[in-house]
Write a protein that binds this ligand. Structure first.
Ligand SMILES: [Zn+2]
Length: 208
């Protein structure tokens, strides 16, 4: 399945202009098989997103974009996260203890919210956003280099806050799942590949 792993919905991410309905409609038009909502330090949309996913038959997986002391990390398969900023290592250990999946988002984006060289220090991360829709190409290429060096899963995601950004990048997964626990277990055991929207369809790529 092709899925955009990082989107913000306006109810719980005040910096987003997107409603759940707009996200799902646009994702479907583009041929995506699912989306993830990863709001800033919030999983408040979970019940609403699960209901909307059932109603529309379109997979929506709610995770969180947690702002650790060293930078943003998206995570799925956890029920709670710290109410304040803790060390990235502490958060990643909590995710692993819960059997979840976590990704360093935009590690080299120029907004001081990426893990940057802490990528080499933090143990237990599963993936790296090598294609983040709000990050320039050079910084995404640096992320790809680190991802390969560390042997982590390469992830593509839009990080969309507006309609035009939805689905710019996505991630290819080797199976189709509809339940969050199946999604997390698929992520944990599979090789992911990033994908780029070319204006009509997706190109699944290993380098860019
Ligand atoms: Zn984000």
């Amino acid at each position: 399945m092709l899925i955009d792993l990082h989107l913000h919905e306006k109810t719980c991410s005040p910096d987003s202009f997107l409603s759940l309905e707009e996200i799902v409609n646009r994702a479907r038009q583009m041929g995506l098989d699912g989306v993830c909502i990863t709001d800033h330090d919030s999983m408040g949309l979970r019940a609403q997103a699960e209901a909307y996913s059932r109603e529309t038959g379109f997979p929506i997986f709610v995770g969180v974009e947690y702002f650790s002391l060293q930078g943003d990390i998206t995570a799925w398969g956890i029920d709670r996260f710290p109410g304040h900023r803790v060390d990235a290592q502490v958060f990643v250990e909590q995710v692993n203890a819960a059997g979840g999946f976590c990704v360093s988002c935009h590690p080299f984006r120029n907004n001081n919210r990426g893990l940057e060289d802490n990528l080499r220090r933090v143990r237990g991360l599963h993936g790296v956003e090598v294609l983040n829709g709000s990050t320039d190409l050079e910084a995404n290429r640096t992320a790809l280099r680190y991802c390969r060096e560390l042997g982590l899963q390469p992830i593509g995601a839009s990080d969309a806050h507006t309609l035009a950004q939805v689905g710019k990048y996505a991630t290819w997964l080797p199976a189709y799942v509809t339940a969050l626990e199946d999604f997390v277990s698929l992520l944990r055991r599979s090789s992911t590949r990033p994908a780029i929207w070319n204006g009509t369809s997706y190109d699944v790529v290993d380098t860019f």
